[in-house]
Design a protein around this ligand. Structure first.
Ligand code: FUB
Length: 324
């Protein structure tokens, strides 16, 4: 399969969250930049401080960079590292969800609101109460209920939240092991104004072929980071990155709260350590947005790409062949 070109090359972009809003395709990525921070498992090299929003009217057409939609300096609670964002629309308003370290170095999730899909967005002065870890992904169901999925192990600090409270000393115990269930991603319902959690944070169960929670030792299928939820033919698809094995995989369920049953791989490892994606329907076709480091050759300078997806008769996801 031929390797697609990045959708833009004037900036480094990663962790793309794509949505169809107002008849256009909008992409909300991280904005990677050069840094003198060390490259380590903590993710210090991902030292981003703003977000740009991109849009296109057609796939393959011109991609517009709408400029800075939110900057870290305008968010009072943030110390550093604006990581993978997402956006949602409700009642004609647009919301940007973003993870960043607070002044204590703890990853939290913030929300910023705007009147247009491309922003600018104004951030609430505090992170969402009860939020933690990284990689927020929103999903608004057909009944109008919105959900926020989040979590990431290792540098994403999810292992510090095993007890429901932040335990800094648990950081180095990065994940479970052996036959223990893997650490699980989180979900919370959002309030009608999209700015708070309306209930408790819950764990998302991802079940293996035997109907049990995926074992922590199965690094090729356990959750690492980059949650994404989409709906196809009444089923909910929960997709994510397996981190240190570098796959994008997915699981299918009957409820946005899970459980989800492991269903396979979407994408084999790309160039670069991280892999992170979104899945969106636009003008009757489905697309995978993802990133790799083909442009820079450096782990922390990534570029967003896209490929068309198709479903087989059982609802399993495949990359379209040939690509448009
Ligand atoms: O971009 C920083 C982090 O790298 C993201 O939050 C992770 O999902 C990984 O892509």
């Amino acid at each position: 399969m031929s390797d697609p070109k990045p959708i833009v090359s004037h900036l480094y972009t990663a962790d793309p969250s794509a949505h169809a809003f107002n008849g256009k395709l909008y992409v909300y990525p991280s904005h990677d930049r050069e840094t003198d921070q060390p490259d380590n498992d903590n993710g210090d090299q991902y030292d981003m401080n703003d977000y740009h929003v991109f849009s296109m009217e057609s796939v393959g057409g011109e991609v517009t960079d709408h400029g800075i939609a939110l900057h870290a300096k305008d968010v009072p609670w943030v110390s550093k590292q604006l990581w993978a964002p997402d956006a949602a629309e409700k009642n004609g308003k647009f919301y940007l969800y973003f993870p960043a370290r607070d002044k204590d170095g703890i990853f939290r999730i913030g929300v910023a609101a705007g009147d247009k899909p491309e922003g600018p967005f104004k951030a609430d002065p505090e992170p969402i109460k009860g939020s933690y870890s990284i990689d927020p992904a929103s999903f608004v169901d057909e009944d109008g209920q919105a959900y926020l999925y989040f979590g990431g192990i290792w540098g994403g600090q999810l292992q510090c939240w095993r007890t429901g409270k932040f335990v800094r000393e648990a950081y180095d115990d990065m994940e479970a092991s052996g036959d223990e269930p893997a650490l699980l991603p989180r979900v919370a319902k959002l309030t009608d104004d999209m700015r708070s959690f309306s209930g408790d944070v819950k764990e998302i169960e991802i079940l293996d072929d035997d109907g049990k929670l995926i074992h922590a030792s199965k690094h090729d299928r356990r959750f690492f980071e980059a949650a994404w939820v989409h709906k196809y033919k009444g089923k909910y698809y929960f997709s994510y990155s397996t981190g240190d094995t570098h796959y994008l995989v997915y699981a299918i369920g009957d409820s946005p709260l899970g459980p989800f049953k492991f269903a396979g791989r979407i994408l084999e490892p790309v160039q670069g350590w991280t892999t992170h994606h979104s899945i969106v329907e636009f003008k009757g076709k489905w697309y995978l947005f993802y990133h790799d480091t083909s442009l820079s050759g450096k782990n922390h300078l990534r570029s967003v790409k896209m490929r068309e997806l198709v479903y087989d008769n059982e609802g399993h996801i495949k990359l379209a062949e040939p690509q448009p």
